[in-house]
Design a protein around this ligand. Structure first.
Ligand code: HGY
Ligand code: MN
Ligand code: MN
Ligand code: MN
Length: 417
């Protein structure tokens, strides 16, 4: 089997990473929110680079940008790689983006080496992997795997657009989502930064992902009563914020205790708190929370949800407010990666003389959805101080090249298998 790794050019990849990073909302570094004009600008830049690399480009019905390097035979199956080019607000230059640009670099290496695979080779920029203004993440990979429901498509963004209309605006066709379903993918492998501290702390060069956590997000609304902050006695209040504060503390303590009790990977975070009327001299009449729960074992999530619902109810009674909503916003189960593909990634790292270790991904990824229709696996590289979802996110060109070489050789091994 021919190794492709010698044809990977670290500088070419690094230049792409730095250049795409310049396409960001001004004043809020590294922000390219899905469905935004800036995102489309980044997409156009990607499409141009894909075409320069000899990839035939298309946008599928789910709004994913796909570059294809055709196989020797037209009815071959497909080996796919990719990730996402959208970011969180004030995010980094590598989360998702590395996986897309590594796929592009691998396509260029194939072109430079004159390699045509027995499989079609595709590089995909999945639409809206990050939680979007529709309250949903992984929209493109859900669309590719029949996981977008009519209820999802009817979700509305704050600007009034439905998700279906937004997908169409991205060049997709929400009315033909059944055409986006893929049954021809022989293997999917995604390169991603770890977004955690394990690899760097251990000095390990490559992470081989065995499982991707399940991600469950719940929306909670406490409704109280707005009153004057100065004239209302402390024991006559219906303060929605105090009830929310009690639940937020419980989110952190219960998840920490579950993780310490050895129930696998457990995290829970309250990243959104919206208060109305949000005025310093008015007792909050409403507090809206979105809580993000991640587990590697499904029953840990069920247990945590039950405890949080009980705490929310207790807090509402204690603060004389109403628990107006406690609803699951999105819910995807933990996913096991393909042992065969993980083995190939591990063997490729070994053949390149790189240290590696098996691990669980605490981040959600498009691979978790693609795993529903094809054997899928992920490979991680370290990121500085484990930082991500922040402009401080940083990797080295050397690690980016390592991850890309491992991915490239695992793709070649899969094509030859
Ligand atoms: O939130 C996540 O886990 C991913 O970065 N979208
Ligand atoms: Mn992310
Ligand atoms: Mn990501
Ligand atoms: Mn991802």
């Amino acid at each position: 089997m021919q190794a492709l790794s010698p044809h990977i050019q670290p500088e070419r990849l690094w230049d792409d990473l730095m250049e795409l990073g310049t396409l960001t909302d001004p004043g809020q570094p590294y922000t390219r929110r899905s469905f935004s004009p800036r995102f489309l600008e980044g997409r156009e830049w990607l499409r141009h680079r894909f075409e320069q690399a000899g990839l035939a480009c298309r946008i599928d019905a789910a709004g994913n940008l796909i570059g294809r390097r055709g196989a020797q035979s037209p009815d071959a199956r497909t080996i796919m790689t990719g990730s996402h080019s959208d970011t969180v607000p004030g995010g980094g230059r590598f989360d998702g983006i590395l996986g897309v640009l590594a796929g592009l670099e691998i396509a260029r290496a194939m072109r430079d080496a004159g390699v045509t695979l027995a499989h079609h080779f595709e590089v995909t920029d999945f639409l809206a992997e990050e939680p979007s203004e529709f309250g949903l993440s992984c929209i493109g990979s859900r669309g590719m795997t029949d996981c977008l429901t009519p209820q999802h498509l009817a979700l509305q963004a704050p600007w009034g657009e439905t998700l279906a209309a937004a997908i169409d605006r991205m060049g997709g066709d929400a009315s033909r989502l059944s055409h986006a379903q893929r049954h021809d993918i022989a293997a999917f492998m995604e390169l991603h930064i770890e977004q955690g501290i394990v690899l760097e702390r251990e000095g390990t060069e490559i992470g081989i992902v065995e499982a991707i956590v399940g991600v469950t997000r719940i929306e909670v609304i406490f409704s109280g009563r707005a009153d004057h902050a100065g004239t209302t006695p402390m024991d006559c209040r219906c303060d929605a914020m105090v009830a929310a504060a009690g639940l937020i503390t419980a989110v952190s303590h219960l998840a920490r205790d579950a993780a310490r009790a050895g129930r696998g990977h457990v995290t829970a975070t309250c990243g959104i708190v919206e208060v109305l009327p949000n005025a310093s001299n008015v007792i909050p009449r409403q507090a809206r929370l979105v809580i993000d729960i991640r587990v590697s074992e499904r029953d840990a999530c069920e247990r945590l949800l039950a405890r949080l619902r009980a705490v929310a109810t207790e807090q509402a009674v204690a603060c004389d407010v109403t628990l107006a909503r406690f609803e699951i916003q999105s819910d995807s189960p933990p996913v096991a990666c393909s042992p065969v593909l993980a083995g190939r990634l591990e063997a490729a790292a070994g053949a390149l003389g790189l240290s590696s270790r098996r691990m669980v991904s605490g981040a959600g990824h498009d691979a978790a959805f693609i795993a529903r229709v094809a054997p899928s696996a992920m490979v991680f590289i370290p990121c500085r101080d484990g930082r991500s979802h922040d402009p401080e996110e940083w990797i080295t060109a050397h690690d980016a090249a390592n991850g890309t070489r491992v991915l490239a050789d695992a793709i070649m091994a899969t094509d030859a298998s």
